[in-house]
Design a protein around this ligand. Structure first.
Ligand code: NAD
Ligand code: TYD
Length: 358
């Protein structure tokens, strides 16, 4: 039975990944989820699986060497899937330090503990071990020319404190691969959307605001482009890289789905109109009048677009969920989980840990 150590598993992508893996492999695998439960970590995301005896939650900070070492010495970890990070660009502009601490120092601690646990006396590593570092396309900077894409060979050119901290963490992983032949892969993925996404990010924020008749803030001219990927397609890519990815390689993961922010907002409004029934009082609130252009983000990257050619050619991965379907699935999930959204926006979700785990 393979044991996965997932960091940041109470966050958006981490919790979707844990669901994906337990659904796919069932009792064949064991998952240990390590999460500090910052504002972005929500154990309610994992409520339906917390009773399973092949799933364990450990509340720990990835910068805490002792706590992380303890997990490695008490368990024979086969795969590390490293999601834990501060992930929101706007927060990084206001408070960069915590991004450096968690994303850079935290990754260094994770690498060191895994290396100590997996290294043999001759400096080689135990068979079958792998560290998958989950990163972002934002490390490549911003594209201006239409028809250009980020490839694995694109030079790093991060602009925000968030992307700079992720670029630094990628470089640390690369340094471990180069120096020690440490068994790792890096994935650089484009913007994700789907269930359990914290409503500070564009898509859940717009869905939530529209349903409450609140203004929909669009930064600048609304023409910045992101390449959106349904989160379960990302989870599948990560599983494939763990299983089949060649050690020391980087894989770009992207949706082939570039859209301007204003288009995203308009699609959400149209889809909400289609999905809300005529007798739902929220239907009258959901109009384009809510769109409000606000001051631009500082240093706002203009366009991101991934070329996922390598992961397609080498591993056979492709995005499967069309945006029109993924956005419906996401909106449907938010309809069915109003309580989740209420708890997140009121801050009540943070009480859940104390009630559940004391
Ligand atoms: P998220 O903010 O939703 O979740 C992050 C999780 O990490 C939370 O559960 C939080 O409690 C935990 N965490 C934060 N600091 C920690 C610490 N010091 N110790 C332990 N746990 C800590 O983020 P997400 O959107 O799920 O992103 C997950 C990863 O994927 C990140 O590394 C991010 O850079 C990367 N990524 C995200 C996207 C995206 O569109 N969201 C795209 C590409 C890559
Ligand atoms: P976001 O979801 O924060 O992801 P990232 O900055 O990592 O790409 O933002 C996606 C895009 O949407 C980005 O160009 C900024 C823009 N945006 C808005 O226009 N309004 C908002 O309220 C938010 C949160 C983002």
């Amino acid at each position: 039975m393979k044991t996965y150590l997932v960091t940041g598993g109470a966050g958006f992508i981490g919790s979707n990944f844990i669901h994906y893996m337990l659904e796919k492999y069932g009792k064949e695998i064991r998952i240990i989820n390590v999460d500090a439960l910052t504002y972005a970590g929500n154990l309610e995301n994992l409520k339906d699986i917390e009773h399973l005896d092949n799933y364990t939650f450990v509340k720990a900070d990835i910068t805490d060497k002792e706590a992380i070492n303890k997990i490695f010495t008490e368990n024979d970890i086969d795969k590390v899937v490293h999601f834990a990070a501060e992930s929101h660009v706007d927060r990084s502009i206001r408070n960069p330090e915590v991004f450096v601490k968690t994303n850079v120092l935290g990754t260094a601690v994770m690498l060191n503990c895994a290396k100590a646990a997996w290294e043999l006396e001759d400096g080689s590593f135990k068979e079958g071990k792998k560290f998958l570092h989950v990163s972002t396309d934002e490390v490549y900077g911003s594209l201006s020319e239409p028809g250009t894409y980020f490839y694995e060979t694109t030079p790093y050119d991060p602009h925000s404190p968030y992307s700079a901290s992720k670029a630094s963490s990628d470089m640390l992983v690369k340094s471990y691969m180069d120096t020690y032949k440490f068994p790792a892969n890096i994935t650089n993925c484009s913007n994700n959307y789907g269930p359990y996404q914290f409503p500070e990010k564009l898509i859940p924020l717009i869905i939530n605001n529209a349903l409450s008749g609140k203004k929909l803030p669009v930064y600048g001219d609304g023409k910045n482009v992101r390449d959106w990927l349904y989160v379960m397609d990302h989870a599948k890519a990560i599983d494939m890289v763990i299983e089949k990815g060649k050690l020391f390689e980087t894989y770009n993961v992207g949706g082939h789905n570039e859209k301007e922010n204003i288009e995203i907002v308009e699609i959400i409004l149209e889809t909400l109109q289609e999905m809300l029934s005529d007798d739902d009082p929220r239907k009258a609130l959901v109009t384009k009048d809510l769109i409000t252009f606000v001051e631009d983000r500082k240093g706002h990257d203009r366009r991101y677009a991934i070329a996922p050619d390598k992961i397609k050619a080498d591993l056979g991965w492709e995005p499967e969920t069309m945006f029109k379907d993924g956005i419906r699935l996401t909106i449907q999930w938010f309809f069915e989980n109003e309580e989740w959204m209420k708890n997140v926006t009121s801050g009540d979700y943070q009480k859940y840990y104390n009630e559940m785990y004391q």
